[in-house]
Design a protein around this ligand. Structure first.
Ligand SMILES: [Zn+2]
Length: 456
């Protein structure tokens, strides 16, 4: 998984026929080049912090700061105050102003929309994502080489796979590896991909098997976190042990800690062990991304319609038992990737309503098993006696949302009126399965089984 970073497509931008995609490629810099990268990232961070500090001061003084004015102000003093800036290409210290401007706009937009807003924060060395920007006219890509300003040719692990106009690049670090993310404006014709099949599939996300398809196939996640958990604990312990030692030493030299004092001196061994921990975290993340990318591409490539549940990932993460299993599979990532890949392959993505009882309905006759619990892996329909595998049955019910087949709903007398009436099949569009009665289930949660069709 360390080999190469795969293209991480950003969601396509709207209102243009051309689409912006990003291809992230691992770099193999020489030690000198890596040193330059680190300094360029440091520069970007320092400039961001300077700009944010200035912005906060001006805001406190009742002024209306803006990114362009701050950049001008910075340009007037930069070489006098920060002489080392001359060694770093100017894009690295020009870009943070735009980023800051955008971060503030987002902040104010969120406030206006009544959402939770996060004001831009200072970046702390070792705690923030290290990255810097290079404008499109300052670098050139040729096969597996990228020519960057100030340092020349850096080899890449693979060639740029996206055709189109290059818009810019961001060099960033994950653990001890360097990557370049190249933004490309891909022509509409190149953006769309041909599908290899026209199937319709319902996808049930679970924990035992990560994914159960309506075809009966189950796909297991690599569960990288579970496997690496023991190693994670060991490495985490090593880091904290060295941290405790450093704290104790600092105490004997400087006395009790006072707020505002510089952080602890980083020793070689502490850096080494925290590096090992960071590498393990990065590998876990990459294994997970590899799995979801391959799965989502396959689902979109082979099917004209994919139906998934609208899992409330954030809510489920508060459940301790489920949290680790869910974050290990990467459900949130799965959904995001499906959303943009569906556009690429012209696949229809249908997201079932959160309260659609996909597990409780019998996929054969429509009877609703009200008493089904999370631990029931198998069950038998009381009406038609079909034996169900919980996950497969759920996947079949989800698939039905795309196939316009009327769900043969049980008679109210036979099923306590849970699903009253037949749901008619509507040609040409997905049949909304709605429960007119708004029945209350055991938890008191009103079940409205209307699912929403995602725009495509
Ligand atoms: Zn049945």
């Amino acid at each position: 998984m360390w080999g190469r970073a795969r293209s991480s497509g950003d969601p396509p931008t709207k209102n243009t026929s051309d689409v912006q995609l990003t291809h992230k490629i691992a770099l193999c810099p020489t030690p000198e080049q890596a040193d330059y990268f680190a300094r360029a990232c440091g520069t970007a961070r320092r400039v961001w912090n300077w700009a944010l500090d200035e912005w906060n001061k001006q805001r406190a003084a009742g002024q209306k700061p803006n990114a362009m004015a701050l950049k001008k102000q910075f340009n007037a003093i930069k070489y006098a105050r920060f002489p080392w800036l001359k060694d770093i290409h100017r894009d690295a210290h020009a870009r943070p102003f735009e980023h800051l401007g955008r971060a503030w706009s987002r902040f104010f937009a969120d406030i206006k929309a009544g959402q939770r807003a996060h004001a831009p924060q200072f970046k702390k060395k070792g705690r923030c994502v290290d990255s810097f920007y290079v404008a499109n006219d300052k670098f050139r890509v040729e096969a597996r080489t990228i020519r960057l300003p100030k340092i020349g040719d850096v080899s890449m692990r693979e060639a740029l796979r996206l055709p189109g106009k290059i818009l810019g690049a961001t060099v960033s670090r994950t653990a001890d590896r360097w990557f370049v993310a190249i933004q490309v404006e891909v022509p509409d014709t190149q953006f769309h991909r041909a599908r290899t099949g026209d199937g319709i599939v319902g996808v049930d996300l679970g924990i035992k098997a990560a994914v159960t398809l309506s075809t009966g196939e189950t796909v297991d996640a690599p569960k990288p976190l579970k496997a690496a958990l023991r190693r994670l604990r060991i490495r985490g312990r090593r880091v904290s042990r060295k941290l405790e030692v450093a704290k104790a030493e600092s105490k004997t030299i400087h006395g009790p800690h006072q707020p505002g004092r510089r952080h602890l001196p980083a020793t070689k061994n502490r850096l080494k062990s925290s590096g090992a921990l960071a590498r393990l975290h990065a590998r876990i993340a990459q294994t997970r991304a590899d799995f979801t990318h391959k799965l989502t591409t396959r689902l979109c490539r082979e099917n004209q319609a994919v139906v998934i549940e609208d899992l409330h990932v954030k809510g489920m993460l508060t459940n301790d038992k489920l949290a680790r299993a869910i974050s290990d599979v990467g459900f949130g990532m799965l959904r995001t990737q499906l959303e943009y890949k569906a556009v690429r392959y012209g696949t229809r993505l249908i997201i079932a309503d959160r309260w659609f009882p996909s597990s409780k309905l019998c996929s054969t006759c429509g009877w609703k098993h009200e008493a089904l619990t999370l631990s029931d892996r198998q069950w038998q329909c009381a009406q038609c006696s079909t034996h169900h595998d919980r996950d497969h049955n759920a996947a079949l019910n989800l698939k039905r949302l795309a196939t316009e087949t009327a769900l043969p709903v049980a008679s109210p007398t036979g099923n306590g009126g849970a699903m009253a009436g037949m749901v008619p099949a509507v040609a040409g569009k997905v049949t909304p399965v709605s429960d007119e009665c708004g029945q209350q289930d055991a938890s008191g949660q009103e079940e409205s089984c209307v699912h929403v069709c995602a725009p495509f």
